[in-house]
Design a protein around this ligand. Structure first.
Ligand SMILES: [Zn+2]
Length: 144
């Protein structure tokens, strides 16, 4: 699943979480829940590197924009939710730049085992991103 979609889900989770630790933990759980839903993928990241890099940059931009748009009183937990939701996929850039994975083998096995991926589901990813962005925008407006 695109990291941008994980980030948007993490923002929503952080916006309703009671604090940053809970937001981060719930963000991590949301990552695995979303990865268990059929989504785009199924090829090596090296084969789709331009998409992965673009997604990483869009996800980072989304994190920055959401953090800036979040009222100060909720900002820490919203950022924590986004970071938690993105955290499990830090193995992808780690593998590219360092090699291997920073996580224990059991974590990686679980993360790999829950994936239901198809290379034909990019339209679904774009739809989820669009709906996610609209929901985050609406939620942030309600917080102001
Ligand atoms: Zn993942």
């Amino acid at each position: 699943m695109l990291i941008t979609n994980h980030v948007l889900a993490g923002a929503l989770i952080g916006s309703v979480a009671p604090g940053p630790v809970c937001a981060f933990a719930a963000g991590v759980v949301s990552h695995f829940a979303m990865d268990a839903v059929p989504h785009w993928g199924g090829t090596s990241i090296r084969d789709v590197l331009p998409i992965a890099v673009a997604d990483g940059l869009v996800g980072l931009a989304a994190m920055t924009l959401v953090a800036r748009a979040t009222p100060r009183g909720r900002r820490t937990r919203v950022v924590a939710g986004m970071l938690g939701a993105a955290f499990p996929d830090t193995d992808k850039p780690w593998d590219l730049f360092v090699g291997g994975s920073p996580f224990p083998q059991g974590w990686d096995d679980f993360h790999g085992r829950i994936q239901v991926e198809s290379t034909k589901r990019m339209p679904q990813e774009v739809l989820v991103a669009t709906v996610g962005a609209l929901l985050v925008r609406r939620r942030l407006a309600a917080l102001r």
